[in-house]
Write a protein that binds this ligand. Structure first.
Ligand code: CP
Ligand code: NVA
Length: 301
């Protein structure tokens, strides 16, 4: 049987996404209700640093009755040139699923093409679908329906923005992305076949934010972007998520951030630690959303 992977989020149907969020809400209320991974192991391979992804996957797999196998790629034979194909074939003999955090999306695609168990993207240069699943869960907790809801993303057109675009439109939302010239994703997002929402691009943050139920931002310097840090900080200086920008959004709008945050850069400390945010809920929701995802991919009902 061909395994199901989650590399971009576009592999899901709208109905599956909605059911996954419902299930994540159930698992949040009863974290030990499912033992879907009893007796099974899940390999989690990190080629880049992580705090939230590692913690939420490791604890989540444990809560599902499984064993999380944390693998640093610099300690694997991969670092000495062993083929990704061989690594995939060996992993597939031992574990129920493989999570990979890496740079190029092509690495994930190659791993998935040789794996006989599901492969999950735990962040790549192009996508961060597990983050977007947790973000949609956070929005669902605040709004009964995501259909037609406006989410404004302000800042660098990066992996997090792309995944919000893919999964937000699959949930029927309007995702409005404001980025400066040179940092926009316009023309670079492949939506899911079943997407019914809308995706729009702006350069003026206010245009994107007007009427939005939530305002989202992410770091200006992603992992791997360090050589262009200074240019990025200069180009993105007017794209900070602060209280004044929240005032432009819909009444009751809140701030979102996938973390790690750099207070004073892409978000103010007032917003990050204030009352008008659901950022720490997002961090918790990683675990609940990923557990529902593991159930879907590894142990479908
Ligand atoms: N948001 C997120 O993926 O955080 P980590 O890089 O700490 O895993
Ligand atoms: N865009 C960021 C997300 C970190 C979770 C990065 O890729 O570094």
């Amino acid at each position: 049987m061909t395994p199901r992977h989650l590399l971009t989020g576009a592999e899901l149907t709208a109905a599956e996404l909605s059911a996954l969020l419902d299930r994540a809400l159930e698992l949040k209320r009863a974290p030990l209700a499912s033992q879907a991974l009893a007796g099974q192991s899940v390999a989690l391979i990190f080629q880049k640093p992580s705090t939230r992804t590692r913690i939420s996957f490791e604890v989540g797999v444990h809560e599902l009755g499984g064993h999380p196998l944390i693998l640093r790629s610099d300690e694997m034979q991969l670092s000495r040139g062993e083929a990704l194909r061989d690594t995939a074939l060996v992993l597939s003999r031992h574990v129920a699923a493989v999570g990979l955090r890496t740079g190029p999306d092509a690495i994930l695609e190659e791993l998935a093409s040789h794996s006989t168990v599901p492969v999950i993207n735990m962040l790549s240069a192009g996508h961060h679908p597990c983050q977007a699943l947790a973000d949609l869960l956070t929005l669902r907790e605040a709004h009964a329906s995501l259909e037609g809801l406006r989410l404004a993303y302000v800042g660098d057109g990066n992996n997090v923005a792309r995944s919000l675009a893919v999964l937000g439109t699959l949930a029927g939302m309007h995702v409005a992305i404001a980025s400066p010239a040179g940092y926009s994703l316009e023309g670079e997002v492949q939506l899911a076949p079943g997407a019914t929402g809308e995706l729009s691009f702006e350069t003026d943050p206010h245009e994107a934010v007007r009427g939005a139920a939530a305002l989202y931002t992410d770091v200006w310097v992603s992992m791997g972007d360090e050589p262009s840090a200074e240019q990025r900080r200069a180009a993105l200086a007017d794209y900070r998520l602060d209280d004044a920008l929240l005032d432009v959004a819909a009444p009751g709008a809140f701030a979102m951030h996938d973390l790690p945050a750099h207070p004073g850069e892409e978000i103010t400390a007032e917003v990050l630690y204030g009352e008008r945010q659901r950022i720490w809920d997002q961090a918790e929701n990683r675990r609940h959303a990923q557990k529902a995802l593991l159930e879907l991919l590894v142990a479908p009902a």
